[in-house]
Design a protein around this ligand. Sequence first.
Ligand SMILES: [Fe+2]
Length: 292
Amino acid sequence: MRNASEDTITDAVLARLADAPSPRVRAVSEALVRHLHAFLREVRPTQAEWAEGIAFLTRTGQTCTDTRQEFILLSDTLGASMLVDAINHPLPGGATETTVLGPFYVEGPPEHALGDDISGGRPGEPLIVEGTVRRPDGTPAVGAWVDTWHSDAEGFYDVQLGDEVPELNLRARFRTDEQGRFWFRSIVPAFYPIPHDGPVGAMLEAQGRHPYRPAHVHFMIGAAGCETLVTHVFLAGDPYLESDVVFGVKDGLVRALERQERGTTPGGHPADIPCALLRYDFALAPERETTR
Ligand SMILES: [Fe+2]
C-alpha cells in the first residue's frame, strides 16, 4: 500500500490486521485504529500538539514507580476505570456495589488479627470498623480475606510518605471469623487530593478540575466460589462526594460515622475508649464464568 491519504489510511491499517492469529487481538486492534483515527479527524492536531500528546504519555510512564501508578490515575480521572468497572459489574442483584481499585493498593498487605489497631500510632480520631461478609446465598463467608487500606487524618497514604513512616500501616489483611465478621481499629481517614504534582495533575489543572477524593476506606474481599469484591465505603457528609475526581461514589457505598462510647459495639466488640464507628455489611457476588 502506497500513497496513504486521509481518506485511505484507516482502511489500509485495518487491512493489515486481517491475519492476527487471535480474533480478540484483531477486534481490539481494529477498534483502537478506528477510534484513534476518528479522534484525530475530529481534533485535527497540529504536529506540535501531537508531539505534546506523545510527550504527555511519555511523562505519564516515566512518573510511574513501585508506589506511584500514574497511568491508573490517568484512567481514573478520565472515567475509564469506572467505565470498565461498570462494564464488568452489571447491576449487582443484592451484591455490594463495586468501585475503582485506585493507585494505592499494595499486594500482600500485612496480615493482622481481628481487632488489631492498624494505625501504627499515627495521629487521628480513633475509629472502629466492623462488619460482616456474606456469600451469594446469604450465609456468612467464613475465612474470607478482607484487605483494607485508607488515608491518614491528613489525607496521605503510607506509601506516599516514604521514610516518614517506617512500615506499612493503615492497611491490612484480615480473615473473617466463623460468623463472617471482621473488625479492626484505626483512625478516621480524610478526603485527599490524588497525587497532582505529575502529568495527570497538570492535565486536571488545564481542564479546570480539582484533584480531590471524598474520605473513604478501601476494601478488597475474596472468598472461594465468589467474585473478588473491590470497593470503598465513603464517609457521609464529605464535601467531595458529589465531585470525586475519579467518579467512584455510589449511594449504596456511603455510610455515616456513628459515635461509639466506651463499652461494646453493636457488633459485639470492645471499645475501650470513645471513638468513631464505621459499620458495613458486604455481600459477595457469585464467581462468574470467564467469557473469553
Ligand atoms: Fe483511596
